[in-house]
Design a protein around this ligand. Structure first.
Ligand SMILES: NC(=O)c1ccc[n+]([C@@H]2O[C@H](COP(=O)([O-])OP(=O)(O)OC[C@H]3O[C@@H](n4cnc5c(N)ncnc54)[C@H](OP(=O)(O)O)[C@@H]3O)[C@@H](O)[C@H]2O)c1
Length: 282
């Protein structure tokens, strides 16, 4: 039986991963931030030694993309250096380290989906910190870096909830950017993809997982309005009209070709995920 250790287990992805593991015949230890601070190297070593896992999944991260611009040191320490501690501990335990990364390691200048070996060039402090984490994760003898994008799930703040809040407040029309393309991804789909990948020896190095199909934030917002049954209008606007501290890639569509080749499974549809999200959140 495989034994799992999940760090950052109280977050949006961590909670869904715990639920997915619960539904399977596996042993697992899920540690949230208060139970394990991954920047504490000794605590990481002790936690891994005591859990003796076969697989470690790091769901812990500094995820406030805009705040990272003014807290780069903190972002680097959680998203970068701490991953080194996990890699060392994984090596001690002879465990597979699965680390979650992001489409924000790319600069968005491509016009075709990003493959796993495409050149990284993050535009933001958050993206740079996540790239440091990818490099640190490679220090684990057995490692899998799963890059994903545009996450939404019922256990954390996300774009779907932000749009729903605006609808409830009566904002009309909603102004949403239409010049950033990506792939929204429902976190239970990601959790299942991670568990699926862990069962394949070929799943080492970098793999991309994101739901299908690609769209813009404007398209996504329209789907959310439609799912909610509201009559709210959505107006497309440009990124330039919504200046934010951190620069985002204009195009961050992840190719899931390697995921499909390894697992033989097509990615899930975010539209199905959105439907389930509304059913669960009511
Ligand atoms: N959200 C997205 O759209 C997106 C897109 C692509 C990739 N990702 C990646 O997906 C992963 C999971 O993200 P998420 O959306 O689930 O984020 P999240 O909901 O913010 O979860 C991150 C968790 O990490 C915890 N954490 C922060 N610092 C920690 C530390 N020093 N030690 C231990 N735990 C710590 C947080 O706890 P506190 O809340 O107590 O700080 C939180 O529970 C991250 O690697 C993220 O970079 C996210």
């Amino acid at each position: 039986m495989t034994r799992w250790l999940v760090t950052g287990a109280g977050g949006m992805v961590g909670t869904d991963l715990r639920d997915e593991l619960l539904a399977r015949d596996v042993e697992f230890h899920c540690l949230n931030h208060s139970e394990l601070d991954i920047t504490d190297s000794r605590a990481v070593a002790e936690a891994v030694q005591s859990a003796a896992p076969d697989v470690i999944v790091n769901c812990a991260a500094y995820t406030r993309v805009d705040d990272a611009e003014s807290h780069e040191h903190l972002a680097n320490s959680i998203n970068g250096s701490a991953v080194e501690f996990l890699a060392d501990a994984a090596n001690e335990a002879d465990a597979l380290l699965i680390h979650i990364s992001t489409d924000f390691v790319f600069d968005g200048t491509k016009t075709a989906p990003y493959e796993v070996n495409d050149r990284t060039n993050p535009l933001s402090a958050y993206g740079r910190s996540k790239l440091l984490g990818e490099i640190a994760a490679t220090h684990a003898r057995r490692h899998l870096i799963v890059r994903t994008a545009w996450l939404f799930g019922v256990h954390g703040p996300n774009f779907v909830e932000a749009i729903r809040n605006q609808i409830h407040k009566g904002t009309n029309p909603l102004r949403v950017v239409n010049d950033q393309r990506g792939k929204p991804t429902y976190t239970p789909h990601l959790a299942r993809a991670i568990i699926r990948l862990a069962g394949h020896e070929a799943a080492r190095g970098v793999v991309h997982y994101a739901d299908e199909p690609e769209c813009t934030w404007y398209d996504f917002a329209r789907a959310i309005v439609e799912e909610s049954g509201a009559a709210t209008e959505v107006t497309p606007v440009s990124t330039a009209e919504f200046p934010r501290p951190a620069k985002r890639p204009a195009y961050s569509v992840l190719s899931t070709e390697r995921y499909e080749r390894i697992t033989g499974v097509r990615p899930d549809s975010w539209r199905d995920g959105l439907h389930e999200y509304f059913q669960r959140r009511g």
